[in-house]
Design a protein around this ligand. Sequence first.
Ligand SMILES: [Zn+2]
Length: 315
Amino acid sequence: MIATPLTRRRLLGAAASATLLAAAPGFAAAPLQGPARTAYRRFRLGDFEVTTLLDGAVALDGPYPIFGEDQFAEDVAALAQANLLPADRMTISFTVTLVNTGAELILFDAGNGAGRRPDAGALSGALAQAGIAPEQIDVVVITHMHPVHIGGLMENGAPAFPNARYVTGAKEFDFFSKTPPERLAALIAANVAPLAEKMTFLEPGGAVAPGVEAVAAFGHTPGQLAYHVESAGRRLMITADAANHYVVSLQRPDWHVRFDMDKEGAAATRKALFGMIAADRIPFIGYHMPNPAVGYVEPLGAGFRFAPESYQLSL
Ligand SMILES: [Zn+2]
């Protein structure tokens, strides 16, 4: 094939033909359909299969002051802009992870729940598109008890995953069942308490299933757990909310984040957890990383550079 240089003249010619076609009788213009995202991404990990499922994505003001609330606004803005992001608006997505071990289907977190907020709560639709019925879910792991992770546990007063057992951190359950922050108390009572009898509680190092092990990720909440997944020598970390902005949280792990209950503890967790992920060069899935939320990190200054997964897990 002979490459033809794509000149400005040729581009203008193509544009002119397109205009003529659109205007010609019998050629209706296709209606704009609005922005769209992919509902799920699936890949193999050894003998396991991993699917990330989009529960939703919302636009909000930020990164500052949600991220870098202890910094000068200009410094956070400069970091965003240096990374080709706008200074004052951001998107945060919600990505639920499903691990099929061959023996069990394990869901990590349950999304916002249908109808709780616009642009989120789409987990059941994403699962359906991925070919999974809620009844098939064997285990629901609750990484921590913030609303956007537990909102989808119950639907119309009944468990959304009727055949599942539940796993969460012992420390997390203890804190949120006994002394939940006031704004979360009603949701914990409605969505966690009814499932408590089907729940088992893990310490760091405990296993959900063979190859799926809890890792301490305290700070964001008192008892948040990350999960290390390993099958046939392939490894993956599910980092939950240890880092929630792919630029600010990873490049400046020390900067305070509004939603981290213990700012210093969360920073220490970010550095330790992502330090290990960077050193071992393993992929991770972060609940609020840009959907499909799978990537790698490498050391960069005092923090890390996020490299989205492209084809590494499809080879
Ligand atoms: Zn959270």
